[in-house]
Write a protein that binds this ligand. Structure first.
Ligand SMILES: C[S@@+](CC[C@H](N)C(=O)[O-])C[C@H]1O[C@@H](n2cnc3c(N)ncnc32)[C@H](O)[C@@H]1O
Length: 285
């Protein structure tokens, strides 16, 4: 496979997360185990020449070390937190899980889902061209009913999701992990409005909130060599007052502080803190 030919631009950011998850999976005190992450990297040799997201390599980078370690740790923490959110949502009755911009997320394979759960993965067609080739080559078997939906999440995706079997009468758990920053505020507003229209009461939604997406943190990140493939792709995301906007649009939001979560997992944050994650429960259409 020639990943350089397949995963380019924003699609390649999925591979960056595989680096983070592969490193974490090697740790004795890992917060999750993703055996597929390294397999994706094995299928993409040379994708990140001279770069690594290991804490040790980041620590050797000098002034930007703490921020680099913070970004890598954020990826680790969010993976574990969203694992927990999705399993809690399915235990509470959400029989459908929708991974918006699934990237190389292997949750459909590595988590223990309750019987009957259907996981939809949405991302750009080129991501699935790479991902499915690797998974097929491994003979990987999902631990749920898994459906892939190749789409551009900026327009026209909702009909494709319904055509793939999504049932708007059944509560769903939606995850937008590592996505919103790559969209403009208008695109995020449209996306969340469509998610709302497809969400029956009891549905859940989760994404990152504040902190790592602060303008000051992002400005500093733009100077980091390890992130220079990503930062030009950032479009701003949702912006301020996500909880207020969700609250006015049929959701009951809840903010989870990143530092508190990290502490609860026994892994303090390596650097400046702030922000965290937003989860929300659908109260009305
Ligand atoms: C940083 S990765 C995160 C992937 C995954 N959620 C994770 O955390 O590992 C961002 C993902 O967003 C996807 N993406 C960005 N813009 C998109 C769009 N307009 N439509 C569909 N997917 C998009 C990319 O292809 C990529 O897989």
């Amino acid at each position: 496979m020639n990943p350089q030919g397949v995963l380019k631009g924003v699609a390649k950011t999925a591979l960056g997360m595989a680096v983070v998850r592969a490193h974490e999976s090697l740790r004795g005190d890992r917060l999750f185990d993703d055996p597929y992450a390294q397999r994706f990297l094995d299928a993409a040799p040379g994708a990140f020449p001279g770069q690594s997201a290991s804490a040790e390599d980041l620590a050797a980078m000098g002034p930007s070390a703490s921020l680099g370690a913070l970004f890598a740790f954020h990826g680790v923490l969010r993976t574990r937190f969203f694992d927990d959110c999705l399993l809690a949502a399915t235990a509470a009755g959400c029989q459908q899980v929708v991974l918006l911009a699934a990237g190389l997320d292997a949750r459909a394979f590595r988590l223990s889902w309750p019987d009957g759960v259907r996981v939809f993965e949405l991302d750009l067609p080129e991501v699935f061209a790479f991902k499915e080739a690797v998974l097929d080559g491994l003979g990987a078997m999902p631990a749920c009913e898994r459906r892939t939906v190749p789409v551009d999440l900026r327009a026209g995706w909702a009909g494709r999701l319904v055509a793939a079997g999504f049932d708007r009468a059944v509560p769903a758990a939606w995850l937008a992990e590592g996505l919103l920053l790559y969209l403009t505020a208008d695109e995020v507003t449209r996306l969340l409005s469509e998610v709302g229209e497809l969400s029956t009461p009891g549905s859940r939604l989760a994404f990152e909130h504040g902190g790592i997406a602060d303008p000051a943190v992002l400005a500093q990140a733009r100077g980091m060599p390890t992130l220079d493939e990503y930062t030009p792709l950032w479009r701003g995301g949702l912006g301020e007052d996500a909880p207020g906007r969700l609250g006015r649009n049929g959701w009951r939001p809840h903010i989870h502080d990143r530092a508190e979560l990290a502490a609860s997992y026994g892994r303090p944050i390596p650097g400046p803190s702030g922000g965290g994650f937003l989860t929300a429960t659908r109260t009305g259409r």
